[in-house]
Design a binder for this molecule. Structure first.
Ligand SMILES: Cc1cc2nc3c(=O)[nH]c(=O)nc-3n(C[C@H](O)[C@H](O)[C@H](O)COP(=O)(O)OP(=O)(O)OC[C@H]3O[C@@H](n4cnc5c(N)ncnc54)[C@H](O)[C@@H]3O)c2cc1C
Length: 417
């Protein structure tokens, strides 16, 4: 970092350069127009508005990092973070829809896909096709590497059998990035996974009804069953056995996206709480004049700032290619902190609004329900602690092991984040 000249103010990490600021303003405007007015109705309906889905594609928000030559926005990872954050201020359900598309599916293809796979899939993903990312199964939640879905190799490709659960955007998805076991061996062994690109209309693939949920209700979450699903060799990203590494690396960006969703949610909650506290009068004065109302909001503001700095710092680490162990630790920390801050911010917002916050009509009631998923998906908070702790102890265990020089391929501590 260059030393500032005397009298020159050093830039804060949260002071965005002009292109990023312009992008954030564009997304912010879009969210005011198109996301905020639909959020409540979509939550009640339990599904995303088709008009909004179309607009998200038209605005370039579903292919942010996809190069313009493939019809995308040609943006960067920081823009993905800013977009998810802005959308989540109004609707965390729409934000996770954008997150899975950009931070998991597109990101995996861009960073690990072959030229053919990029040419085939990226234009579709930029132009209207929704992507979903499928790891979890009945016996493979936190222990993602225990997944049992199998991909048996045949002369002309693979045959996939198994059942995935909790798959975000499955109701809308046209393309599934599916993790399956490509080698025989006991479940739980890290090697032997493959990552497959499977079209929705492939024979043998079926999608269950969306499960009812406490929050992010407009985001679909479904079981996806693979019953003798035949895919060609070109559907496999990398080689058989590369799936474990791909999973760890894509989930890093996934965790960053979820941290962005939760920072946005906390910001939305604080904004609502402040607005209400400045308008509502009791005992002959605005309630914001009471210290008892000010202090919790001050705490929320301080925690939000800390979570956002951590988020942006983590985004920069990932964007600038920091060593793997540093990235993994940073994304686990950012996701854990953001989830805790979002839960507290949403809870405080409900209390600040009193009865109006508890009633179903106000956005903070929804934000409170939406916040809970943050400490569960893409690795529970305990899984984040496990990851962080493993990196701390490896630095201190006297073996001389340097996490940034090692590969997590066979390390169960790097399991699903
Ligand atoms: C709304 C929603 C959307 C989702 N979207 C997707 C998706 O798109 N794709 C996908 O593949 N998956 C998805 N998931 C799955 C999600 O990632 C898992 O739910 C999550 O990883 C936790 O797994 P689990 O639910 O099986 O809980 P479990 O793993 O059974 O955990 C239960 C509890 O045990 C704790 N625990 C488990 N192991 C340990 C340990 N070693 N040490 C300490 N504590 C531990 C956990 O922290 C948790 O508190 C989604 C889930 C939900 C609810």
């Amino acid at each position: 970092m260059p030393t500032p000249e005397p009298g020159e103010c050093p830039q804060a990490l949260t002071t965005l350069p002009e292109p990023a600021r312009a992008w954030r303003e564009k997304v912010r405007d879009f969210c005011r127009r198109s996301v905020a007015p639909r959020a409540r109705a979509m939550d009640v309906a339990g599904r995303l508005d088709e008009g909004l889905v179309k607009e998200l594609f038209d605005e370039g928000l579903m292919g942010i990092e996809i190069p313009e030559v493939y019809g995308g926005s040609g943006g960067d990872l920081f823009q993905v973070v800013l977009a998810i954050e802005e959308i989540a201020r109004h609707d965390p359900a729409a934000a996770v829809f954008v997150d899975v598309q950009n931070a998991l599916v597109v990101s995996a293809l861009l960073r690990h896909g072959s030229g053919d796979q990029k040419r085939r899939h990226l234009p579709r993903l930029a132009g209207g096709q929704v992507g979903a990312y499928a790891i979890s199964e009945e016996h493979a939640g936190s222990d993602a590497f225990a997944l049992e879905t199998r991909a048996e190799q045949r002369d002309d490709g693979f045959v996939i059998n198994g059942r995935k659960r909790w798959i975000t955007s499955a109701a809308e998805a046209g393309l599934f990035l599916v993790f399956a076991r490509t080698e025989t061996g006991p479940p739980g062994a890290a090697p032997g996974l493959g990552a497959f690109l499977v079209d929705r209309d492939t024979s043998g693939l079926s999608i269950g009804e969306p499960v009812p949920k406490m929050g992010i209700r407009a985001s679909s979450t479904c079981e996806v069953t693979f019953d003798g699903v035949r895919v060609d060799r070109g559907s496999l990203i990398g080689r058989p056995g590369d799936g474990g590494v791909l999973m760890v690396e894509t989930l890093d960006i996934g965790k960053l996206g979820i941290a962005a969703q939760l920072v946005g949610l906390a910001d939305g909650a604080l904004t609502h709480a402040l607005r209400h506290a400045e308008e509502r009068e009791q005992f002959g004065t605005r309630i914001i004049d009471f210290q008892g109302v000010q202090f919790p909001l001050a705490r929320t503001a301080a925690e939000l700032e800390a979570a956002r700095v951590l988020l942006y710092n983590t985004a920069r680490l990932l964007q600038n290619g920091a060593p793997q162990a540093e990235r993994i630790k940073a994304t686990s920390m950012a996701k854990y902190i953001a989830s805790a801050v979002a839960e507290r911010a949403a809870s405080q917002a409900v209390e600040t609004l009193g009865g109006a916050g508890f009633a179903g009509e106000h956005p903070v009631e929804k934000l409170y329900r939406d916040a809970k998923i943050g400490s569960i998906y893409e690795g529970t908070s305990n899984v984040q602690f496990k990851t962080i702790a493993s990196l701390l102890t490896r630095r201190r265990d006297g073996t001389g092991a340097r996490p940034d020089r090692e590969h997590p391929r066979n390390d169960s501590e790097f399991r699903k984040g």
